[in-house]
Design a binder for this molecule. Structure first.
Ligand SMILES: [Zn+2]
Ligand SMILES: [Zn+2]
Length: 333
């Protein structure tokens, strides 16, 4: 195994700012294949099939029988709540170590993220750290330079053997694998599927019971249970997917650049709005270690306000401030 991790989490707290993700060495190489060159032999079916099936199941939302106002509300609120598992849990907490939370909360956020079917913590973290180290270079898993739709979703459809090895995880996510629960998830690949099915069943059963007692009979229960399953689980999963994918695609294609970061990251207000602040992506690439991506007063970063709420509740410590504040604070320490 490697003697040094490419992205040691602790070192990203460097007061000098930026951390290893910001200062990582840039390596150039060519990739043999780019873009949508899919064949039966190189399709990553473990990703393609769930993405295809859940999109198909979400289409049932177009049937009037599957609609309920409560289902719609659950889908919209759920997009934010489950999206927090990704934005706050997988991204700012686990990938960038921008804050510390109790172990039970760290694992809970990761479990919420697992209900979004965006891979295991170690693989998500490793892939995103690779993106930061090689942003918009040939090694970047999802650069729009290989095509906009490729960066949005296509990159998930093609097998990437280099990113399926233990050596890759050891290099980019060793700190994640140090956790027993996260290691278990890697050793039992189907556990993610079972967690997803379990949470979808909870939506269906809750709707079934609520519908039975508010509608007066089991027919109402079946209708509401189906609605909550379709909207609360499937539609919401699709919305969270496209929210995350938009950060990879739109925020490297459209928007303004405050910082010259050496790649194509942009601040995109639309993505920031739907992804709870994650669209201020140029700010994030400029200062990946920071828990906040709000560099101007109007660059509203909802995820950071939720981190502050966690701190008020005594559940978050060691919150890494933006680089300019770290510099101001340094002489006082
Ligand atoms: Zn990026
Ligand atoms: Zn990041």
């Amino acid at each position: 195994m490697h003697s040094t991790s490419a992205v040691p989490g602790a070192a990203s707290r460097s007061a000098a700012g930026g951390g290893p993700l910001a200062t990582a060495a840039v390596a150039g190489s060519t990739r043999a294949v780019t873009g949508w060159d899919l064949h039966w032999s190189n399709v990553h079916w473990e990703y393609f099939l769930p993405i295809f099936v859940v999109h198909a199941l979400a289409c049932f939302a177009m049937l009037p029988w599957c609609f309920s106002w409560s289902g719609l509300v659950i889908a919209l609120v759920g997009t934010h709540v489950f999206g927090m598992g990704i934005n706050l849990g997988y991204h700012r907490l686990l990938t960038h170590r921008s804050l510390k939370v109790p172990l039970w909360l760290e694992r809970s956020l990761a479990t919420v993220a697992l209900c979004c079917l965006e891979d295991t913590p170690a693989r998500w973290v490793a892939t995103h750290r690779l993106h930061h180290v090689h942003s918009d270079e040939p090694e970047d898993p999802h650069t729009p330079r290989d095509g906009a739709s490729w960066s949005h979703v296509g990159w998930l459809f093609r097998r990437a053997p280099d990113r399926r090895t233990l050596a890759f995880l050891d290099k980019y996510a060793r700190d994640i694998l140090a956790d027993r629960y996260f290691r278990y998830l890697e050793r039992h690949p189907t556990s993610t599927l079972w967690i997803y099915l379990a949470h979808a069943s909870i939506f269906a059963l809750a709707g079934l019971v609520v519908g039975r007692f508010t509608g007066g009979d089991w027919a109402h229960g079946v209708q509401l249970g189906t609605s909550w399953l379709v909207w609360g689980a499937f539609v919401r999963t699709v919305l969270v997917w496209h929210m995350t994918w938009s950060v990879n695609s739109l925020s490297h294609l459209f928007g303004y650049r405050t910082y010259e970061t050496g790649e194509d990251s942009r601040n995109n207000w639309f993505v920031a709005m739907v992804a709870a602040g994650e669209g201020w992506h140029n700010n994030h690439h400029h200062d990946p270690a920071s828990a906040s991506v709000q560099h101007k007063w109007w660059e509203f970063d909802l995820t950071y306000y939720e981190i502050r709420l966690l701190r008020r509740l005594g559940l978050a410590t060691d919150i890494i401030q933006p680089r300019h504040l770290r510099r101001v604070a340094a002489p006082r320490n």
